[in-house]
Design a protein around this ligand. Structure first.
Ligand SMILES: Nc1ncnc2c1ncn2[C@@H]1O[C@H](COP(=O)(O)OP(=O)(O)OP(=O)(O)O)[C@@H](O)[C@H]1O
Length: 256
């Protein structure tokens, strides 16, 4: 479970003062898949960094599993957009996946079993001995997802994880994330620029306003739980929901 209470974040330095997040309040119940969309620069990454304990709030608070976040919370994993920078090129795929478990002090056999299960879940059992740079971008992002799953998080944050992959790979990874969420029952907060992706993936879409950020709309995505790229995206309700999100984003964009 995630709770964001009156979050306010100001970056202050080098003569530049930016209010990245104005006053943000929402919560994501246990096991929900929530997507966050909003105009560029509205503070989506800032929000995730505060939730992940990587950045302090200026005021307000965030809670993960009912505990106020002051450092990276246990049971929380993050998948970033830049898979190229989040995997260690000198470690093999399996070693990359095992790294957070090793840092936890987990025994070698236990972490080997978890890594193998996670790599199987993302369809990469064969690649365990490869180096990240020997894999395609989509495969590297699968490794980053496997590393997050192997850690067995209760909460998973994803920050535009598919922005840098091609359209076909992106569709495959979207379905992979839905299946991972269904199988492992994590609470998932997924940030994306892509309105269609948000509606396709989430049970809920939170639309943020332009900076200083607030929640502009909180929409329940009442599409069937079983989704697939063809049927769901051609569903009349899908078109209606994406239209609603699109209209809201147009409304909240800062005037040019
Ligand atoms: N480290 C930083 N120092 C100063 N200002 C920052 C810093 N990080 C972000 N900002 C500013 O805070 C605001 C919000 O940035 P943030 O990256 O959180 O937005 P975003 O919604 O994730 O953007 P995008 O959709 O373009 O990725 C922007 O105006 C940005 O310039």
């Amino acid at each position: 479970m995630l709770e964001v209470k009156n979050l306010h974040k100001v970056y202050d330095g080098h003569g530049r003062r930016v209010t990245a997040v104005g006053d943000l309040t929402f919560s994501v119940p246990e096991g929900q898949f929530a997507c966050v969309v909003g105009p560029s620069g509205c503070g989506k990454t800032t929000l995730l960094r505060v939730l992940a304990g990587l950045l302090p709030a200026t005021s307000g608070e965030v809670l993960v599993q009912r505990t106020p976040v002051t450092a990276p919370p246990p049971g929380l994993a993050v998948v970033f957009q830049e898979y190229g920078r989040s995997l260690f090129p000198w470690l093999r795929v399996r070693e990359n996946v095992e790294l957070p478990l090793k840092a936890q002090g987990m025994a070698r056999s236990d972490r080997g079993a978890l890594a193998a299960e996670a790599l199987a879940a993302v369809g990469l059992s064969d690649a365990h001995g490869a180096y990240p740079w020997q894999l395609s971008g989509g495969m590297q992002q699968r490794v980053a997802i496997a590393r997050a799953i192997a850690y067995q998080p209760r909460v998973l944050l994803m920050d535009e994880p598919f922005a840098a992959v091609d359209a076909q790979t992106r569709a495959d990874l979207e379905d992979l994330v839905r299946s991972v969420w269904q199988r492992f029952g994590v609470t998932l907060l997924f940030v994306t620029h892509d309105i269609d992706e948000a509606v396709y993936l989430g049970q809920r879409v939170i639309v943020l306003s332009a900076s200083p950020t607030t929640v502009a709309q909180d929409l329940t995505i009442d599409l069937p739980a079983e989704r697939d790229q063809l049927t769901t995206r051609s569903d009349a309700r899908f078109t209606e929901l994406r239209g609603q999100v699109y209209a809201q984003i147009q409304k909240v964009k800062a005037p040019a």
